[in-house]
Design a protein around this ligand. Structure first.
Ligand SMILES: *Cc1c(COP(=O)(O)O)cnc(C)c1O
Length: 394
């Protein structure tokens, strides 16, 4: 019996898929295994597994120094870090966000009783369009969350002036942007605060994890309290709080990966270059650029497929899956079309034409430091054959 839920059964002409194992998007970048295991042994010897242990303290110091920011508050994941930052900033009412982002950006607000209001993007960068943000401001707006999508910095200066003009708080979802710069300065020090995710799929990971970085002492203190149930000392709770703590094992992973960051990002940059050169030559495909003068992890390879390609975006995704290349259409269909927000704003799409256009075209390809250049060349060959209408890759 054929397993009809196995995408490789879609393979054309009965040919075996291009890859015998599935190549996923979001392959983890992992540093030295021995060094990680030594740190884990240290954690066990310390008998200090969580609650602001020595690994987390070292991790926070090193991240803050690496980014050149005063405070790093490590958290259990990026979503809780967003929620804590949103609360510590006192956001209420409505907050403007892009719809073209991972759903957690919107959820973190909604989970705090705040309405996420979706503004449109610039189709060239996939980041918020400042003019679209202006159009969404109402008397209930209290803040803006810019997202540095795919690690490319949001238009920070423009958003900062809008926030200033209207008395709004500006913070950033920097989940994709560890290792990115804006005007040559590290992401992590802009707005009131910036929120990182160190989830396994991100450029830099702690397995699960996140952090808020800020130069604001008061905000940092508030977030440290909220992260630990509002405890000040052993018996004294002075603030409502939650459990946002990073555990020692995650910090051990973070320290290990931080040591390997340069090698990892050298590999991802090379891989991006190989993809780019091969794919730019194919009509109907464009490869999303990184800002040429800025640094970036090059962790994401994002392409857009237009009508000149031949097969539609969805046909390309299906064909790639048949070859065990598990490309994704992130963040299709956009937050505003996911049930909770579709119910809230049935007409949001009218204001989100660019988000819609991009969502119909985008394909995110497998990438990461562990992907071999030969595999990338093979993936590109498959895509080229799809263009030529010949899916037989033999
Ligand atoms: C991954 C991600 C998050 C959530 O981070 P977690 O660590 O997975 O909770 C938030 N925003 C964006 C844009 C993300 O990509």
């Amino acid at each position: 019996m054929k397993r009809i839920n196995d995408p490789s059964d879609l393979a054309i002409n009965g040919a075996p898929p291009a890859f015998s194992e599935r190549l996923h998007v979001g392959r983890p970048n992992i540093g030295n295994h021995e060094a990680f295991l030594q740190r884990i042994a240290q954690v066990l010897d310390n008998q200090w597994l969580t609650n602001n242990g020595p690994m987390v303290q070292e991790f926070e110091r090193r991240i803050a120094a690496h980014l050149g920011v005063k405070h790093c508050i490590a958290m259990c994941n990026g979503t809780i870090a967003l929620e804590i930052a949103i609360r510590a900033l006192g956001l209420t009412g409505e907050v403007i966000v892009p719809s073209w982002t991972f759903i957690a950006t919107a959820h973190a607000l909604y989970w705090q009783g705040i309405t996420p209001v979706f503004a449109d993007i610039d189709p060239a960068t996939h980041n918020l369009d400042p003019e679209a943000v202006r159009r969404m401001i109402t008397p209930r707006t209290t803040g803006i969350i810019g997202v540095h999508l795919w690690g490319r910095a949001a238009p920070i200066d423009e958003l900062q002036s809008i926030a200033h003009e209207h008395g709004l708080k500006l913070m950033f979802d920097a989940a994709h942007a560890f290792g990115s710069t804006y005007h040559g300065q590290n992401i992590g020090r802009f707005g009131e605060c910036e929120v990182f995710s160190f989830h396994a799929t991100k450029a830099f990971n702690t397995m699960e994890g996140g952090a808020v970085t800020t130069n604001n002492d008061e905000l940092a203190d508030a977030m440290r309290l909220m992260r630990n149930f509002g405890f000040k000392g052993y018996d004294n709770v002075i603030h409502p709080g939650t459990n946002g703590k990073m555990i020692e094992a995650c910090a051990a992973m973070g320290l290990t990966n931080l040591d390997a960051l340069e090698e990892m990002f050298t590999a991802t940059r090379l891989n991006y270059g190989i993809y780019r050169e091969a794919l730019m030559a194919i009509p109907g495909i464009s490869v999303l650029d990184y800002a040429p003068k800025e640094q970036n992890s090059h962790h994401y390879v994002v392409i857009e497929i237009d009508e000149h390609f031949g097969p539609t975006r969805d046909e390309v995704i299906a064909a790639l899956h048949a070859e065990n290349i598990l490309a994704r259409k992130y963040f299709w269909p956009g937050c505003h079309k996911m049930k909770p927000y579709r119910d809230l704003f049935p007409h949001a799409g009218l204001m989100l034409q660019n988000s819609h256009k991009v969502s119909e075209r985008v394909v995110v390809l497998p990438a990461g430091s562990s992907l071999h250049p030969d595999s990338i060349k093979q993936i590109c060959r498959v895509i080229e054959m799809l263009y030529h209408g010949n899916r037989n890759h033999q």
